[in-house]
Design a protein around this ligand. Sequence first.
Ligand code: PLP
Length: 425
Amino acid sequence: MTHIDTTCVQGGYHPKNGEPRQVPIIQSTTFRYDSSAAMAKLFDLEESGYFYSRLQNPTTDNVAAKIAAMEGGTAAMLTGSGQAATFMSIFNICPSGGHVICLAEIYGGTYNLLSVTMKQMGIETTFVRNNCPDEELAKAFRSNTRAVFGETISNPTSAVLDIERFARMAHTHGVPLIVDNTFATPVNCRPFEWGADIVTHSTTKYMDGHGSAVGGAIVDSGKFDWNAHADKYPGLTRPDESYHGLVYTERFGLAGAYITKATAHLMRDLGCVQSPFSAFILSQGLESLHVRMKRHCENGEAVAAYLDAHSKISFVKYCSLPGNEYYELAQKYLPGGSCGVVSFGIAGGREKAEQFMNKLTICNIATHVSDAHTCILHPASSTHRQLSEEQLRAVGVAPEFVRLSVGIEQVEDIIADLDQALAQI
Ligand SMILES: *Cc1c(COP(=O)(O)O)cnc(C)c1O
């Protein structure tokens, strides 16, 4: 395999003689055929091809192929958002009546999806701590458990997933490990190399990298043996009545069954597609991902070290900072750097944090993270403002908690901005 830096630029799309070098935007909902018979084969999944962009589109397929190559997977699909990717990655193998084990330090949107919405759909979730002992983790598995879900680096608390350990535990219980690799990106960590089975992304973040297009992706390693646990995964190993009794693992093998089902079944019925134009923007971002991640990490490390040494900062959460509780795991799984998201506390609490935010000029107050611009958020006065002080502490977001997403500007300017704002409070 070529180096990840080369795959970022050239992976996935390989133009033939005289074809456009850049991924073409095929902004068309439909595709024309000479006969009904030719089209019928596509509807029966007997031949692959395009007929309607809710199922597949050449632009989104090319970009999905690039992401599959970057992660080292066998197949991938794009979705309309990271939320859609998370939902479909689980629901594809865990319908009503199933159970999921999820890491407790997780993106808030994933927590709500699992604990509220998927619960309403008859899917239960047990949340486990990253550092829970093996015995406690083993107890969380039930006969109806269908997947374990975690984030390589958690948003926003910077907890690092011990991928090897959780993959081993999942496999011992006959279920796959799904890893949300949004913050690390395949440039800094490829979870399949450590035993993960499926990877998801919010491509909205570093992959796009410029805050331009909402999107998601699901990648399959092709390694999980659904047939060895056929009773648990009838959706993949038993006939699909909505496709004349086709069996996904038989027709598409382990390399293609999971993503083909997610496309032919879930995307057909749920329709949360990424548009060809958004996929094109994502493709542009992917071509410079390896260059940008390096800068995000260098800047993130410098800012974390600056904050850690400042007397008005009560704590810093950044897994690449020596002394952090996840530093050793970060060295193992993210030796080349983690990401640019640094969370910290302002000594003096909510009021001081709000004053600090108001003095910033270069750091943009925005809910977004992980793009070229440095963005900052005070959850207690924005995303989490409905919560009481007690509730805030319970979800791990203290009133003084600030989430900083360090961009790719000159780091001296970012630190100078933080410094002048801290001097004024
Ligand atoms: C943002 C985010 C999501 C959700 O992605 P959207 O594209 O906003 O739907 C999922 N996981 C992580 C880690 C995220 O940061």
